[in-house]
Design a protein. Structure first.
Lengths: 386, 307, 301
């Protein structure tokens, strides 16, 4: 009796289990596949690492909350190594093998430019985390491409406006020889005349350089009233140190590529007083309570810093905005690449870490110069300039 | 008025040139240290160790961990960091170089490159992808030298390089082991015949050059910062200095290192920084075209090493 | 060879074809390098420069001077050949590590120049909008058409090179490799042959560069750095540099390996390094040496 009973019991349990599985499957909706490509290793890994961590964090959050309209998010992350060929291969894999609905990244402008033709042809929406304006312009040829970092030109304008206030008219620029530094150099030169600023020295340094005193000595010999150090590589922190060594006391401006507190830490005492434009993420704590970005910024900052035990950087913020934008578009459009693109283009008033995004058919960047705040380094921390 | 302005600008330019040369010395001292490491291995094995730059990086990174999270005083951390990298250098030799039988020069190049990839990867996992800095050995306040300034750290670097060169010279001249290493450099089969354990000498040379690399990494990190990717570019510059000085000539390497540093600095300061990195190389190529074995290298030695 | 032709029939996925396209581009360069390294016994750590000159000449002439791709392609070849010739004369007199450093230095100088001459090359940001290759009305845009074009060129280059190896020139080259002194004594004009093969390998790299520019349609200096030169040499050595087929084998392995390692995330760097190390320790003759050994063992049984 007991033998028979247990046999039947077993069978019953098994069939129940099967039933649950089947019903579970039926309930479980298809996952939404989104690709992410970052420079996780290689010479730009300090850029790709926080982006990857951020994207993984958001994925976990969204799936723990039940996914997008009940569909789990399947985020496929690929490493570009900051290299164009590898990025092309990675994007081809995401599009042709994984059949993703949209792609976020890459981290660098150069690698983004290399894949723009591919996503345009394959008709896959791309939200880049790189800054160069050529990524989204001319917008007629960038139907499928969007980006989240603030514009270089806006950063230049904010810096120049700040200089005008301080009655600085003659400046020296020193830029890194990477895509980011090069774009900055071009925009700085382009807007100088319009804003009545004269560039009296134009120097560069490589990402692997260990000492910029020669360039600074040359600048010291000019009548520059301020220096703009435009770069995204860690070597940018050497410039303030070298200036201090040479006893140079003119103001130092940096770009939004300085948006990582570790760079300020690396510059040490010499970094005090650096002025630079950046999104509000770095000063989330000191923003007024009623600022529209306050909640988003403090929540992201708290979650990231608790999970990874390291300070947030604006770079991770770019990935936050990119993935959140794609998620918003997916909620509205469902699994259809063309509809996702259309939704992205119509997103208005999206509160991100970089600013408040307003996309339109004419603007795939979505941010204005108001997204920037002029920050400075005070006692080793970032704070708003007065 | 015009006259006084001219005098002032002239004074300015001499002080500028002095300052540029001092900067060049700072940059050059880094190249010189890396080039020294290349030479020690080259001398006893005729291997160009493309992982030399990684030893420099590791030296800096170990020091960062010892001084930062472990909070050791500098003078305690220094020897520990050097020892750690020395051990890694020996392990590198045992794992990568020792197992080879009759390797060709080209396969040795590829092997040291593979080794450098592993060391770099290991460092990425151990320290992550951030850039680190170290406190200066003494104050950061620049010293006024004539009309130019120099960082106390640069004085430290120069002093330590001087010590290393001196100790190496004494070691090679007066110790048995040093003499044995020189014998290996001069004639390997003959050295082996007179009872020198050539394999052990190879191990020793890797240990020694790893130690020198580590010292270089430790003393430059306060100035140049350090990250796991930095090894390759340092190795490249050091290789250039070693070749310019003439492979197998440690003094030549040091002189060439300073020379490249000064040329780069003068170019960046007086002409343009855009072509700075090319100028050192153009000088190097010109020298090689005129003197194919470098500034102080012997033509005979360079003929012996072929692929 | 037949497998090459048949491959796209079974492997339609553009992702895989795309990898095969890059593999073909690299093969063009590594075949030339193996002639230089394996047969003439000279090393070059600067071949990325010739790849760059090909790519930038094609790119600049087609976008800024609005030339069509074919004449730009030929101009690139002529320019590369001239530069290789001028560089080759003093450089190839150097030996061993000095030659390695000189070629490396040349490569770096070109790299710096690409970064610094912003007006001409677009600087570190590079430039895009390079037109695609068109044959009549047919635009080489799909991965399949690229695959066909690049591998057709690989086959032509391969046949030409094999022919060369078995000719008088090939014998002269091998005599340089075994002993340059003896070859000279025998009346072989070694420097002439060395320069010829150097120029030829540069031309192969230039062809590859032009294709790269028209396929990717965007170029920046980052793709032509020292790391790439080293990758090329590694392909030849890992494959077994004593043979053109070895170079091809090495290229196949080192193009596919990173794609296989994608799943390993950050650990790929360690696996990649270990693989290289193990190959060099256990197969000092490279992959092709192993193939040859297996073949003789198989032949005996």
């Amino acid at each position: 009796m007991s033998k028979l009973n247990s046999k039947w019991m077993g069978l019953f349990c098994l069939s129940m289990l099967l039933l649950m599985l089947i019903s579970g499957c039926a309930k479980e909706k298809k996952t939404y596949k989104v690709g992410a490509i970052f420079a996780i290793t290689g010479s730009a890994s300090w850029l790709g690492e926080p982006e990857k961590k951020t994207a993984e964090m958001i994925k976990e959050e969204i799936n723990a909350a039940g996914g997008i309209n009940g569909h789990l998010l399947d985020l496929i992350i690929e490493d570009t190594v900051g290299d164009e060929t590898k990025t092309v291969n990675a994007v081809n894999k995401l599009i042709e093998k994984d059949k993703v609905l949209a792609i976020i990244g890459p981290s660098r402008s150069g690698t983004t430019m290399a894949i723009v033709p591919i996503v345009e042809k394959a008709e896959v929406p791309l939200v880049s985390c790189a800054a160069a304006e050529a990524i989204v312009s001319p917008v007629a040829e960038r139907h499928w491409v969007f980006k989240t970092p603030q514009k270089d030109t806006d950063a230049v304008i904010r810096i120049y406006e700040h200089m005008q206030d301080k009655e600085i008219a003659k400046i020296a620029i020193i830029t890194g020889t990477t895509g980011f530094g090069d774009q900055g150099r071009k925009q700085l030169k382009k807007y100088a005349e319009k804003m009545e600023i004269t560039i009296v020295a134009d120097e560069t340094y490589g990402p692997g350089d260990t000492d910029m005193t020669p360039q600074l000595i040359k600048i010291k010999g000019t009548n520059a009233q301020a220096i703009v150090n435009w770069s995204i590589v860690p070597a940018q922190s050497i410039v303030p140190k070298n200036m201090r060594q040479l006893g140079m006391t003119i103001p130092l401006y940096q770009s939004h590529g300085f948006g990582n507190i570790k760079y300020a830490a690396a510059a040490g005492e010499a970094g005090e007083g650096i002025i630079f434009p950046a999104g509000r993420l770095l000063v989330a704590d000191v923003l007024p309570e009623d600022h529209p970005q306050k909640t988003v910024l403090t929540e992201y900052k708290k979650a990231y810093e608790e999970k990874y035990r390291e300070p947030v950087s604006t770079f991770g913020g770019h990935a936050y905005d990119a993935l959140k934008l794609v998620i918003v578009a997916l909620q509205q459009a469902g699994p259809d690449r063309a509809k996702i693109r259309d939704e992205l283009e119509n997103i208005k008033g999206f509160v991100g870490t970089g600013g408040i995004f307003n996309f339109s058919p004419e603007d795939h960047s979505g941010l204005t110069k108001e997204a920037f705040e002029m920050l400075t380094v005070k006692e080793g921390n970032f704070t708003l300039t007065e | 008025m015009g006259n006084s302005y001219a005098i002032e600008s002239q004074e300015m330019s001499t002080s500028i040139i002095l300052q540029l040369i001092l900067s060049g010395v700072t940059i050059g001292s880094i190249y010189a240290m890396v080039a020294l490491g290349f030479n020690i291995i080259y001398n006893s094995t005729s291997i160009i160790n493309f992982a030399q730059g990684e030893f420099v990086m590791l030296g800096g990174m170990f020091m960062v961990s010892l001084v930062g999270p472990l909070n050791l005083p500098m003078w305690v951390a220094f020897p520990i960091a050097v020892l750690a990298v020395t051990l890694i250098g020996m392990a590198f030799e045992r794992l990568c170089i020792h197992p080879l039988k009759m390797p060709s020069v080209l396969s040795l190049i590829i092997i040291t490159i593979a080794g450098s990839i592993l060391l770099k990867g290991g460092a990425m996992f151990a320290w992550g992808k951030e850039t680190f800095s170290l406190p200066h050995f003494s104050t950061e306040k620049p010293i006024l030298l004539l009309e130019a300034t120099i960082l106390p750290q640069t004085v430290w670097i120069l002093g330590i390089i001087g010590m290393v060169v001196l100790l190496l010279a004494l070691f090679f001249r007066f110790t048995i082991v040093g003499k044995a290493m020189r014998a290996c450099a001069a004639n390997r089969p003959a050295a082996s015949l007179v009872g020198i354990n050539v394999k052990r000498i190879v191990l020793l040379s890797f240990a020694l050059s790893a130690a020198i690399g580590a010292i270089a990494g430790i003393i430059i990190t306060p100035i140049s910062l350090m990250d796991y990717e930095r090894g390759a570019i340092l190795g490249l510059k050091g290789f250039g200095a070693a070749v310019l000085g003439g492979l197998g000539n440690p003094m030549g390497a040091v002189v060439a290192g300073f020379l490249i540093g000064i040329v780069e600095s003068l170019c960046a300061g007086l002409i343009s920084s855009h072509y700075k990195d090319a100028v050192g190389l153009v000088v190097l190529l010109m020298v090689l075209f005129i003197k194919p074995s470098g500034l102080f290298g012997s033509a005979q030695v360079s003929k012996l090493k072929k692929f | 060879m037949l497998g090459l032709v048949a491959l796209p029939m079974v492997m339609r996925n553009p992702y895989y074809l795309g990898i095969m396209v890059f593999m073909g581009i690299y093969s063009l360069i590594s075949i030339g390098l193996s002639l230089l390294m394996g047969y003439a016994g000279q090393i070059s750590l600067g071949h990325a420069a010739f790849f760059a000159i090909g790519a930038y000449t094609s790119g600049i002439l087609t976008t800024k001077a609005h030339l069509s791709p074919l004449p730009a392609f030929l101009a690139a070849i002529v320019l590369t050949a001239c530069i290789a010739f001028l560089i080759g004369i003093p450089t190839l007199r150097l030996k061993g590590h000095y030659l390695a450093m000189a070629t490396l230095g040349f490569g770096q100088i070109v790299y710096v120049a690409l970064n610094a001459s912003v007006d001409f090359t677009g600087g570190p940001s590079g430039f895009g909008e390079i037109p695609r290759i068109a044959l009549g009305n047919f635009v080489v845009e799909s991965q399949l058409s690229r695959y066909c074009l690049v591998w057709a060129l690989v086959i032509i280059v391969l046949l030409f090179s094999l022919n060369l190896i078995h000719s008088r020139v090939g014998r002269a080259l091998r005599s340089i490799h075994s002993s340059e002194l003896a070859a000279n004594a025998m009346g072989v004009n070694t420097s002439k042959y060395k320069i010829q093969v150097f120029v030829l390998s540069a031309i192969y790299a230039s062809i590859a560069g032009s294709l790269y520019a028209h396929f990717v349609t965007f170029i920046s200096p980052g793709s032509f750095d020292l790391e790439f030169s080293i990758l090329l040499v590694t392909m030849v050595v890992v494959g077994g540099m004593a043979n053109v087929w070895g170079a091809l084998l090495g290229t196949v392995l080192l193009t596919l390996l990173p794609e296989f390692l994608r799943g390993f995330k950050d650990y790929d760097i360690l696996i990649y390094g270990s693989t290289l190390l193990l190959i060099m320790i256990f197969m000092p003759e490279g992959l092709f040496g192993l193939v040859k050994k297996l073949r003789t063992v198989h032949g005996k049984t």
